[in-house]
Design a protein around this ligand. Sequence first.
Ligand code: ATP
Length: 322
Amino acid sequence: MNRTIAYDIQEHGHAAKDSVIVLKNVSKERRQHTVGPLNWSLPRGCITALVGENGTGKSTLLHMLLRTLYPDSGEISWFGQTVQGEMPLALRQQIAYVSENPSREEDRMTARKAAAFRSYWYPNWDEQQFEQLLQTFDVPTDAQLSKISKGQRQKFELAAAIAAKPRLLLLDEPSSGLDPFAWKDMIIMLNQAMEQEELTILITTHRMEEVKRLADYVVLMHQGQICGMQEKDELYQQWKEVWINPVQDMQTLSWLQECPGIIEWDDKPDGSVRILTSDAQILQQTAEESGIVTQVHGLEWEELLSCWVKDYHLKRDREARL
Ligand SMILES: Nc1ncnc2c1ncn2[C@@H]1O[C@H](COP(=O)(O)OP(=O)(O)OP(=O)(O)O)[C@@H](O)[C@H]1O
């Protein structure tokens, strides 16, 4: 299944067509640092994974999108509509949210009672789908929500969010603490939801497997900034590790060092070099033209993210020098 739609990220990564949400220079002062300025657009009809280290501002961003937190400056638009003050009900009804820790307000309700309560808020509530999801994913319907397991509770939260028929579903680390079976159910539930209707999902996660199984796009946040957005499959090909055998000739060495795309150059004691680059092909070609043996490897998820951060900083430094 390929949900990826044509998505036009403009020069500054915002104001793209087919966007559900557009952020322009959005900033929020937090305890330790500022989140933003953020310029970014969320593609419609896809699952986008928002990743990044702890405390970088992912939840802050989600809360600004829910309007439970107001930015200090900048502008956010939802489905082409900007909002002053509180979010209008008609707009809020198009957005559903599931967090890592469910709200305690519904603890004493059963799944059915809580669903009845939510259906008042969401005019397109689909009772049949809700019941079906509870049944398929084995969620007890008549026990108090505080008395079902964490996995069952999270599946209830997801089922209720999907049955609300939102256009935008915001998920803040929904799989945190789930066992592998509940996690797999979550993945199936979300992929099924994407098949049925036009839905856009933004999910924050620290789990690589989740990104792999769900995401069409990946957005990386680092120290309160958005480093960029990449199509997931392209991300896996974006940076490579290239090993080259010892180079004796200084001219060849300088040609290699000047190859575009290099973000890390690490000389090893035996004379070989480990290079991280976004253009392995040109490096390999340059080396092999001089008779130097190379080896190219793909990178693990964590390494890819750290290359992304490095690349982002290098680009920013270059821009600052211009
Ligand atoms: N209620 C709050 N009031 C003030 N600052 C906060 C509040 N909650 C979080 N922060 C700060 O805002 C910054 C971003 O936090 P946020 O929770 O958005 O990060 P995150 O990327 O979601 O982290 P994690 O991956 O750990 O969930 C951090 O410096 C954090 O200390």
